[in-house]
Design a protein around this ligand. Structure first.
Ligand code: PLP
Length: 475
């Protein structure tokens, strides 16, 4: 499989070339040159692989369609090392459980950091270690997080040979549990940097460092942000696993509702659907930061300033722009790199928005690509968490609650609606207590983490300072 850029660069790259890269050189995002098609016979085979062999073997099969530069035995070993019952808590890895009237929850949050990002990041850690060893290279991962990405990256990379992680986060904005998860890591290759600013300031610093090409080359700077194709690809697998658990045969369709921020998770659903997985609807659920809901309702994509970005009780969805969205728009525009570049490279940079309402492609968003959307507020979140607790005895986290709220408005009889559970409630305990008056369950291994010693440096939003910090810790 060859990979191309959404902004038109067609110079062929293989999976391992883009594995360690962020954006394409032309500023676009990488996508496979085509989506491999899974026909009825292939789908039946994958169903039986998942049911009879397991998730790791399913992951191997799906990944193999996109990766031709890692020998099969090695790729299988990497998948088996990643998706174990010990790490993810059950043999299904992503077990499905019924919630109510046709709505199901697919558990993606039983990995080391209790958020769905572990699903991809744990694999990425093993892929990075493998590829760096093969090349005899090192990598310094520089990232920005509002919580879940950073901890998932750190737990995936801790102790790995050849990798360091420099993770910026907005000071004081993560939940105490999230801060404890990240800052209690004492591994020599993990560096936490709390920035005096909001998430976008962190992201801007990371961008500024990455845009200094000399520095980037000298210090071998890489990223694990959600634009990384390998992460997206790893996420495609659990759409298949969810589908196989919800259906008996391939004539059945399912829909997914996806709590969304940077559009990475639901973009993986789009890829699965493009491959032929029988998905009826992909419902994008947002919180008050409704950039995506606005687009799917109006055709207008309008990025927000950091002043216009709300701090909400589902903070991992607090985004001002959706960094993976360009991938979908590229497909929507018939994979026209020049048009995609005009929108994301030019219009967004100039005026911060574009409007596709009058574009013939916009009517295809729902009809051809199956997208719907909805939005949830703090009050909705509280009501949904309280309701699922009181009526179903099930405690859900704030992001998943945004999904359930939106799913209820889109569920259709006869089509299972699978809501992706993106985090466990313990990560966002304050809001759960506000909603239910009860402390959420805490997996035993996290008892007392808030009291552990913390390893973190604080920094102003100063690009020189972070460069100096990285330089000082790379030797
Ligand atoms: C990252 C995250 C999201 C948003 O996922 P995207 O891929 O950015 O759309 C939703 N919920 C939780 C808990 C997350 O950590």
């Amino acid at each position: 499989m060859k990979y191309i850029s959404t902004r038109g660069d067609q110079s062929p790259k293989h999976f391992c070339d883009i594995l360690l890269e962020g954006l394409a050189p032309d500023g676009g995002l990488y996508l496979p040159a085509h989506y491999p098609q899974v026909d009825d016979a292939a789908l039946s085979r994958l169903r039986s692989v998942y049911q009879n062999q397991g998730y790791a073997e399913l992951a191997f099969e799906v990944l193999s369609l996109y990766i031709d530069d890692i020998p099969s035995v090695d790729l299988m070993a990497l998948c088996r090392k990643t998706y174990t019952t010990e790490v993810f808590g059950s043999p299904e890895i992503v077990p499905l459980r019924p919630l109510e009237n046709g709505i199901w929850l697919e558990a993606l949050s039983n990995g080391p950091t209790l958020a769905f990002k572990d699903m991809a990041m744990q694999l990425l850690g093993n892929l990075f270690e493998y590829e760096l060893a093969r090349r005899g290279e090192e990598l310094n991962i520089l990232g920005a997080t509002s919580g879940d990405t950073g901890s998932a990256a750190e737990y995936a990379m801790r102790g790995k040979t050849g990798v360091r992680v420099f993770m910026t986060s907005p000071q004081g904005r993560m939940s105490p549990f999230q801060q404890a998860q990240m800052f209690s890591l004492m591994d020599d290759n993990i560096f936490n940097i709390a920035v005096d600013g909001v998430f976008d300031d962190c992201q801007d610093m990371v961008k500024a460092v990455s845009n200094d090409l000399d520095f980037k080359r000298q210090y071998k700077i890489g990223t694990v942000n959600s634009i990384n194709w390998a992460r997206l690809l790893a996420q495609v697998v659990y759409y298949f696993a969810g589908y196989f658990q919800a259906t008996q045969n391939n004539t059945e369709k399912v829909s997914f509702t996806v709590p969304s921020g940077n559009f990475g998770n639901v973009c993986a659903g789009h890829v699965a659907r493009m491959m032929g997985l029988p998905i009826a609807r992909l419902v994008v659920a947002t919180n008050e930061n409704d950039v995506l809901d606005e687009f799917f309702k109006t055709g207008i994509y309008r990025v927000r300033s950091s002043a216009d970005t709300h701090e909400t009780s589902s903070p991992s969805m607090d985004i001002s722009k959706a960094s993976n969205f360009e991938r979908f728009v590229f497909d929507l525009l018939g994979r026209d790199g020049a048009s995609t570049k005009a929108l994301f490279g030019d219009a967004l940079g100039r005026v911060g928005c574009f409007d596709l309402e009058a574009h013939p492609a916009f009517s295809q968003v729902t009809r051809r690509y199956g997208f719907d959307s909805g939005k949830s507020t703090h009050a909705d979140r509280l009501a949904t968490i309280k309701d699922t607790w009181e009526h179903h005895g099930m405690m859900i986290d704030t992001h998943t609650a945004d999904g359930v709220k939106v799913a209820r408005a889109h569920v259709k009889s006869g089509v299972p609606m699978i809501v992706l559970e993106t985090a466990l409630p313990i990560k966002f305990a304050a809001t759960i207590i506000e909603a239910t008056g009860r402390e959420p369950d805490r997996p035993a291994k996290f008892n007392g983490i808030e009291a552990l010693p913390k390893r973190v440096v604080t920094m102003a939003t100063d690009v020189q300072a972070i460069k100096a910090f990285i330089a000082g810790h790379c030797s």
